[in-house]
Design a protein around this ligand. Structure first.
Ligand SMILES: [Zn+2]
Length: 93
């Protein structure tokens, strides 16, 4: 299974790491990391869609009602995906 990352977050993290290495006098390593950041920008993006995750919370209504943590839609049972907003309600391991 493929694993997708947010390249903006990866770039920010790598730049910070390069700054730390540069501050420690590891100039060549810092330059190598910055070259990798440039390479990262040239890679094709995947056709991926961000998954919105939610969880079922207890509703203020009495009984067995469940509220979506994303849209606050209330249902009398739990679903794998919220019928209102489509949030993925499955447990993440
Ligand atoms: Zn929802």
């Amino acid at each position: 299974m493929n694993k997708y990352i947010d390249t903006d977050i990866a770039e920010k993290s790598l730049r910070k790491y390069a700054e730390q290495k540069h501050a420690n006098g590891e100039i060549e390593l810092a330059n190598g990391i910055l070259k990798a950041v440039c390479k990262l920008r040239t890679l094709p993006s995947a056709d991926a869609k961000e998954v919105v995750r939610g969880k079922w919370e207890k509703s203020v209504f009495a009984g067995d009602f469940h509220k979506c943590s994303k849209c606050e839609g209330v249902w009398n049972r739990k679903f794998d995906f919220c019928p209102y907003c489509g949030a993925d309600m499955r447990e993440v391991e």
